[in-house]
Design a protein around this ligand. Sequence first.
Ligand SMILES: [Mg+2]
Length: 228
Amino acid sequence: MNKLLQNVNLAGASLFLQILGGNQSLALPHISVPDISWVDWPAVKAAGFKVCIFDKDNTLCEPFALAVPPALLPSFSACRAEFGGNIVLYSNSAGLQQYDPQGVEAAALEAAFGVQVLRHKDKKPAGGCEELQQQFQCEPHEMVFVGDRYLTDVVFGNRHGMLTIRVAPLTSQGEPPTVVAARVLEDACVRRWSASGIKAPLQQLLPHDQCSRLVKQKQQEQQQDQEQ
Ligand SMILES: [Mg+2]
């Protein structure tokens, strides 16, 4: 039953309907990358951001896995080197009161990933970020939200004025059918809105034309490596 409830996100669906009829920019991320290894973490820090909030499944690891895949480990380590204890996992399963009331899964994740898992009562994209503000003593616009879902991760971060970074999902394996269906709808909507010129909401620390500074130029890097 818990698994079923985990897959039904009524607040999310309701917010998405509101977005369909109105503020579509909430679903558009400031930065889109294939995965977290494309993010230049020192540049994110240098831009003034103080806290990184990560979704877990299909962002940091495959769904229900308990380890960052080897290809993403250097990037995750680089993020930890920059942000230290100011990294938190915000999952719609582990740490969610309804699904993980005793925090058993959250504790297991903390042991596996070495970063804190937020205990919270609302599923993304609903809910506030007061706990995050209190804990890290900074404003939401100084936070970065990294996730693979437009409907949950991007909308949550944008609702609060955070910088939103969207990664492509690591895999389509192991995802519940409701999530697969939601993804198809989200992707189609976001493609259409982007094509019509709609952009992510204005971010207080980072104007739109500077977002690309936070993305690694991998081709250049590879070329330099070859030349050395
Ligand atoms: Mg996810």
